[in-house]
Design a protein around this ligand. Structure first.
Ligand code: DLL
Length: 439
């Protein structure tokens, strides 16, 4: 049986959706004109009232917003309601400079909660589930965002947050957790701890994981599903658009439905900003449609994906995006060749001997770049047979060369020896001079 949280909106027809988007876009423009940042920005573009937007085609009159714009507007430039109406703020981590801030009214939190509720119901979650939230609480949106949504559905929520793997496992066992919310890198790590501690999957009751907050490959999803014997659903979101609950896979796992009654989605060519058609890969751009306190127009996410053509068997009409290939600023240039860390991950995670962790290191070797891919392999491979390890190394190297064109150095490591991350993983260590990258 198909389950919906809000059937009318989730299965809305194309024309009704367009009409709803236009109505909400006009309201959003009105609110944006209340902010000091957009008032100047929109007036410069000739938009002085919401009546200047007559159709969705007028979207292209609206200038893009970038992360730098949000930083520039920090702390109050994007606030469009009186401070007393704000019930919560979330800020970005700010590791690379001034943070960005998103304000929420009570209604904003309610709307976000509704999106998360819809998302998790689309994976089959019900009020009978026990939901262990392993993403950190606090300013990061992964904790509170899913927490509110899961409570709204009526699931039993265990708000443990990130880290403390031993305690996580104890809670899973004691309370028969059925669903976890976790980064894909931490999901792989949890499995290695299961093995170390002799935890049997049969003693647990795990059925599903929501994995997101960082790029991961289809092979990583498969690995998580096989190792933990669960269904893993890709979950996408970003703090600027509330956080999780922007895009989520349904039971068919064929791309992430983007909630188009709440966000206008465009895909653009990141170089010339031309709007692309469904099926063409480019940068995702979002406009908030239901946010009161911090409206954001045509936000350039820097995330690369494409829109799947055609409908979904679940009946939801909201279009689906592909897995995120990476961010425009994650692209690595190694001896002139462009590549994304996700391409390397896709290759190593499909090799059965490779375990649950890997790292990419870049250095200078004279004038050239040196790329080293370090992978953990299962302990059963360390039998003392050097020849077998050499063969495996050569295989990984050749598979990588076939995908990324250049010859990396491959290092094999014992399980548990590479750095572990309980939040977003930092897979790339770029030690080249003038490089700040630690993605
Ligand atoms: O990571 C929100 C979130 C929390 C999403 C929990 C999913 C689950 P930020 O910290 O602002 O917000 O980071 C947003 O993370 O622009 C993407 O680059 C990346 N990202 C998020 N989800 C995915 C995903 C949260 N499923 C940034 N696949 C985004 C790939 C993802 N990248």
């Amino acid at each position: 049986m198909l389950n919906y949280w809000n059937k009318e909106i989730e299965t809305i027809g194309e024309d009704s959706l367009a009409a709803l988007q236009l109505k909400l876009l006009k309201e959003t423009i009105k609110r944006a004109l209340e902010t000091s940042f957009y008032k100047v920005r929109l007036e410069k573009a000739g938009i002085t009232s919401c009546d200047d937007i007559r159709s969705l085609g007028d979207l292209n009159k609206i200038p893009f917003t970038t992360k730098d714009d949000l930083r520039e507007a920090y702390p109050r430039g994007l606030l469009s309601v009186p401070s007393k109406d704000v019930v919560r703020i979330h800020t970005s981590s700010g590791t690379t400079g001034t943070p960005t801030v998103i304000y929420h009214t009570k209604e904003d939190i309610d709307n976000w909660t509704e999106l998360v509720a819809r998302s998790i119901v689309a994976t089959g979650v019900t009020d009978e589930d026990v939901f262990q939230n392993m993403m950190s609480y606090g300013l990061f949106t992964g904790g509170l965002g899913l927490h509110y949504g899961a409570e709204r559905v009526g699931a039993t929520v265990i708000p443990i947050g990130g880290g403390n793997t031993k305690r996580q496992i104890q809670l899973m066992r004691d309370f028969k957790t059925t669903v976890i919310h976790i980064t894909p890198s931490y999901a792989l790590h949890i499995y290695s701890v299961f093995r170390k501690q002799g935890v049997e999957l049969l003693d647990l009751n795990l059925k599903k994981a929501f994995i997101g907050a960082e790029p991961h490959s289809e092979n990583t999803r498969r690995k998580i599903e096989e190792l933990l014997n669960i269904d893993a659903y890709n979950s996408y979101g970003l703090s600027e658009m509330n956080g999780p609950g922007v895009g989520f896979e349904c039971i068919h796992k064929c791309g992430m439905h983007i909630w188009e009654d709440s966000y206008i989605m465009e895909i653009i060519n990141p170089v010339n900003q031309e709007v692309l058609d469904d099926g063409e890969e480019g940068e995702i751009v979002f406009t908030t449609l239901r946010r009161n306190a911090t409206p954001i127009l045509r936000y350039r996410t820097r995330d690369l994906a494409f829109i799947h053509e055609g409908g979904c068997n679940c009946g939801r009409t909201h279009r689906r995006i592909s897995r995120i290939k990476g961010r425009t600023d994650d692209m690595l240039i190694v001896n002139g060749v462009n590549m994304f860390p996700s391409q390397i991950e896709e290759v190593v995670m499909q090799i059965p001997e490779v375990g649950t962790n890997y790292q990419i290191q870049l250095e200078k070797d004279g004038a050239l770049d040196k790329l080293t891919v370090k992978v953990e392999i299962y302990s059963k491979m360390f039998t003392g047979d050097i020849h077998e390890l050499d063969l495996l190394k050569a295989k990984i190297k050749e598979d990588l060369r076939a995908s990324i064109v250049i010859h990396p150095i491959v290092e094999l490591h014992e399980p548990g020896s590479l750095p572990v991350f309980e939040g977003k993983a930092k897979r790339v260590l770029d030690l080249r001079p003038n490089s700040y990258k630690e993605v």
